[in-house]
Structure formats: structure tokens, C-alpha cells
Write a protein that binds this ligand. Sequence first.
Ligand code: FES
Length: 159
Amino acid sequence: MSTTHLSWDAKEATVGELAERAGVATSALRFYEREGLIRSRRTSGNQRRYSRDTLRRVAFIRASQRLGIPLASIREVLSLLPDNRTPTREDWARVSECWRSDLDQRITLMQQLRDNLTDCIGCGCLSIDVCVLANPYDQLGDEGPGARRLAQPCTPHGE
Ligand code: FES
């Protein structure tokens, strides 16, 4: 039986070793790689090998995902790091501070939606004109008819 334990002096890890050490499924690591969040080199036998600092990169990705940050935003932040380096403690401090305000905004929105849910229970109309869940801010009607929100572009910075 083969072991997947990553030794402390190893410079590279197999997908199994990295998965075990990071506490994620190997399928998640392959998915992160397909999405451009982590990288590996291939051995002559076409097996993946990850540099040791990928462990910290995966921790960054997982922590970000727990905050509800979309993969596209995580990828964008990671792409800003020079030479594809792994996020440092300072990087995470700065990014998490930025994402805290994003989280605060989402919490506020969810609290508003929760408070408005009472009116919708047993209704089912989902009317743009009267339903506060279908139209949380009751402001899109001023912009014209139809599904206005679907026509608006969405950017990572909410501009
Ligand atoms: S579903 Fe009718 S008011 Fe929300």
C-alpha cells in the first residue's frame, strides 16, 4: 500500500500527497489546475508534480472560497502576483481586508432579503412591481421595463 504523506523536506508533491496535506480531494486540485489557479509540472510518465508552495496557494483558494468569493475573482487576484508567486501573509492580509467589505455588503443584502421574505411566504407572484425579492431595491422600474438587472454588466469591482 502506497503512502500519500508529504514529508517536510519534499520539494514537490504528487496530487495525492498535496490533497492529503491540504485536506482537499484530488478532483478539487485537478479542477483548480484546469481553472488556472494552481500549476504543476509533468513527469516523464505524465504524472503531476506540484511545488511545495502550492500548499499555501491552495489554502489561499480555500479560505477565499469559504468567504464566498467566486473563482474568477480568486484567479484575478492570484494573477496579479508577480511571477506567479504564492500569496504571502501580507498578500492575504490585504486581500482579505478588501473582501471583508464585499462580505459585509452581501451580509447586509441577505439580511434585507430575509426580512422581506415574510411578505412572499404563500404568495408566489415574483412580480417585478410588487415583490421585494424579485426586485430588492424597488428601483429598477425607473430604468425601464423588462429584466433590467440581466442587462447590466457585472465586474469584479462592482463598477
Ligand atoms: S412572491 Fe409575491 S410578493 Fe414576493
